[in-house]
Design a protein around this ligand. Structure first.
Ligand SMILES: [Zn+2]
Length: 423
């Protein structure tokens, strides 16, 4: 009897210990501190635990009286905000501890790192910029910065445009755009400079932009067009409004996303264009940013904006590169059909769509007016024509301005010359 009682007590004790061992958290919290050498006045440290966090604390330069803690309230993960604003710029040791919620004793972890505190915003100056531009068109800016390791971008009308920099990293050039769909009051281009510690400086560019209107156009969509193009672009039989919208909306959006990905993906070098951009011969059929209304048997079925210039000449006419550059894309792309994209440096590229034949390959360097293919009606094209577009990073811009030697010289090339001459 006593033996049995002993066995029962023994088993209960084992079970209780096993339960406690199983439910006890054996893992200490993880602390993730910034890997950078430089930090600004505020630092964020991420802490996490496999079960529940209790609190996270920090000390600066080993001074226990400067300890500050944040209650993590049993969460899996949280942020510890470290305020360094009371310290002088220079090297400082930051130590972080974190504890979890646990049976008996909490698990604790700690980590220390030395950072260089930098609270001084970077200095910079807009040395030259395009004075006047038009909505839908392009402009340029040349900027100098006091610190070499900075990130710069032009922020203009909710879009961002990257810079190219000199070897020392102190002079910078960017082409930017007033996107055609950004209202005048929303377009205030600035340069944002962020240093290695995350300090930010914003400089107004001061370019004056003028409003303009864009064309409106109505297109009657023949039923036979929808049937033909469904087979070509969707690889399936289709007819009527639904098939048309599948191409004109869904496929158009996908194709535009693919083009954006191409024109903003490559590491742009300095501009390599030589003189004004060449305009392929033929009659203009549609303009940049035309607002199109599509009719099927008298019914309005869609609206879209046209991002290029349509030029119709002879069928299957040779198509020439608008300027010197590197081919970044040479393949079929949804509504654009057979399509070539050329990078001209400075984040400016040109696109040639609906081709019947492509004569260049990706990565190939082409000269201005070199034949790159033949016109056609591949993709979303009813008749043989060239769809020609110009992009600044991934923003489509008015292409005709780039054909004009005086415009190109004063609006873009003069600014680039200031940047290049300073070397
Ligand atoms: Zn077009």
């Amino acid at each position: 009897m006593r033996k049995i009682l002993f066995l029962i007590i023994f088993t209960v004790v084992i079970v209780v210990f096993a339960f406690m061992a199983a439910t006890r958290d054996w893992q200490a919290p993880a602390i993730t501190m910034a890997q950078s050498e430089y930090v600004g006045a505020e630092m964020v440290v991420n802490v996490s635990d496999n079960q529940a966090l209790d609190e996270a604390c920090y000390t600066l330069d080993g001074q226990a009286d400067a300890r500050a803690c944040t209650d993590m309230g049993g969460a899996y993960s949280g942020e510890l905000i470290i305020d360094l604003s009371s310290l002088e710029d220079g090297p400082h040791e930051v130590c972080v501890t974190a504890s979890d919620v646990n049976l008996f004793a909490a698990n604790r972890s700690s980590q220390c790192r030395t950072y260089t505190l930098d609270t001084v915003p970077p200095r910079g100056a807009v040395e030259s910029a395009t004075r006047y531009m038009q909505r839908g068109s392009s402009a340029a800016v040349y900027v100098t910065t006091s610190e070499a390791e900075t990130n710069l971008r032009v922020i203009a009308g909710r879009r961002e445009f990257p810079f190219i920099s000199n070897a020392a990293g102190t002079r910078h050039f960017a082409v930017f755009a007033h996107p055609h769909d950004v209202e005048m009051e929303d377009f205030k281009p600035i340069v944002e400079i962020i240093d290695r510690a995350g300090n930010t400086r914003r400089l107004p560019i001061g370019t004056v932009t003028k409003d303009r209107s864009f064309n409106q156009d109505t297109l009657n969509v023949p039923a036979s067009f929808i049937e033909q193009k469904s087979l070509e672009m969707l690889n399936q039989e289709g007819s009527g409004k639904e098939a048309f919208l599948q191409m004109n909306r869904d496929l158009r959006a996908e194709s535009r996303a693919e083009i954006s990905a191409v024109t903003s993906a490559f590491e742009a070098g300095p501009p390599v264009w030589e003189g004004p951009f060449y305009r392929n011969a033929g009659a203009p059929k549609a303009q940049f940013a035309d607002y199109r209304t599509y009719l099927l048997e008298g019914e309005v079925i869609d609206h879209q904006t046209h991002y290029g210039l349509d030029i119709a000449g002879l069928a299957q006419m040779p198509i020439k590169a608008a300027n010197r550059g590197t081919v970044r894309y040479a393949d079929y792309i949804g509504i654009y059909g057979n399509c070539v994209i050329i990078d001209h440096g400075g984040h400016v590229s040109t696109l040639y769509a609906h081709l019947s034949q492509i004569d260049v390959g990706q990565g190939e360097v082409v000269e201005k007016q070199q034949v790159i293919g033949r016109s056609g009606k591949s993709g979303m094209a009813g008749g043989d024509h060239l769809h020609y577009a110009t992009y600044v990073d991934d923003v489509p811009v008015e292409p005709t301005a780039w054909f004009d030697p005086a415009w190109l010289q004063t609006r873009i090339n003069d600014i680039y010359a200031d940047f290049a001459a300073a070397e």
